[in-house]
Design a protein around this ligand. Structure first.
Ligand code: RIB
Length: 310
């Protein structure tokens, strides 16, 4: 089977990670347990590295700042075999930074300073498509104009467009995305985009239909965390059961899921098979701390699936 080339147009961040027994409420100070670290992250970078570790040729279109974090991130991408040709070092903005508050049990809350990520421009994106990708993935962590330009070029060039809807915004002009192969929001993002929390199967269906009314989408894949994922193709729906794992950090699980979903969909042409594989990748990702540091290789995923069956 030929190796699939996936272009990711997305964010590159350094994550300031701190563990906390719980997230403080207004006016409250909480003492963190454990050390703090600066680790590589960013929804785009996590997705690109996840795709590479799973066996794709991953091409990353991004911007980092002209600073030590930018250099460090580029080295990490190089070590992971990412095609670096479309990563620019921006002279005006700093490298993006995320503050990740990690609670006991693995839940996280994240604040992002986008920095250089918001300087990805139309030319950067147009140039990146010269890599002739089999699919392009983007998220909403770069500027709105960059997401729309990615969609425009993907549609003009006939490249399947996969959108991971994080972080979602109620007023994002979804209709401007024209044609989307797969739209994959998590539970919060679904609620922000549609006003419907995907709690019951009926809610999942209503939310998926609302998304399909807003933009031309082939598959909606709702990421439901510990409940697995929900697929809707405009006619049929399916729930794909989760893997049972003990989560320590959910950061980057959604990014890894989308990378895996895209790659397996390209390889097999079957969204259900792809979603099963993506569930395994998401599950493994939550068992380790950090973003890029928690992303599994294909070998690890295959072993995990075998172990789960036996
Ligand atoms: O999806 C997880 C990512 O969101 C983190 O790595 C952080 O950088 C934020 O972008």
């Amino acid at each position: 089977m030929s190796v699939k080339r996936i272009l990711v147009v997305g964010s590159a961040n350094i994550d300031f990670l701190m563990t906390t027994p719980y997230v403080p409420s207004e006016g409250e100070t909480v003492i963190s347990e454990g050390a703090y670290t600066f680790v590589p992250g960013g929804k785009g970078a996590n997705t690109a590295v996840a795709a590479a570790r799973l066996g794709a040729e991953a091409v990353f279109c991004a911007r980092v700042g002209d600073d030590a974090y930018g250099d460090r991130l580029i080295n990490i991408y190089r070590e992971n075999g990412i095609d670096l040709r479309y990563i620019k070092t921006d002279r005006l903005e700093q490298t993006g930074l995320s503050v990740v508050m990690l609670e006991k049990g693995g839940a996280n809350r994240i604040i992002v300073y986008p920095g250089a990520n918001r300087r990805i421009n139309d030319n950067d994106i147009e140039n990146a498509f010269y890599c002739y990708p089999d699919a392009v993935i983007t998220q909403f962590e770069i500027g709105e104009a960059a997401v729309i330009q990615t969609a425009r070029v993907a549609n003009t060039e006939g490249v399947p467009l996969i959108i991971d809807a994080g972080p979602a915004r109620r007023d994002f002009p979804l209709a401007k995305l024209e044609q989307v192969e797969i739209l994959s929001p998590n539970e919060n993002e679904t609620e922000i985009l549609t006003g419907i929390r995907p709690t019951t199967l009926d809610d999942c269906l209503r939310a998926s239909m609302a998304l399909m009314n807003a933009v031309d989408i082939k598959y909606v894949v709702l990421k439901l965390g510990a409940r697995g994922c929900y697929i809707y193709d405009g006619k049929y729906c399916d729930i794909i059961s989760p893997y049972d794992v003990q989560p320590v950090d959910t950061t980057a699980a959604g990014d890894a899921f989308t990378a895996a979903l895209t790659l397996e969909y390209l390889r097999t042409g079957d969204i259900i098979t792809a979603a099963r594989f993506a569930n395994a990748v998401g599950a493994l990702t939550v068992t380790k701390v950090g973003a890029i540091s928690s992303l599994p290789t294909r070998k690890e995923v295959e072993q995990f699936i075998i172990d789960s069956i036996s």
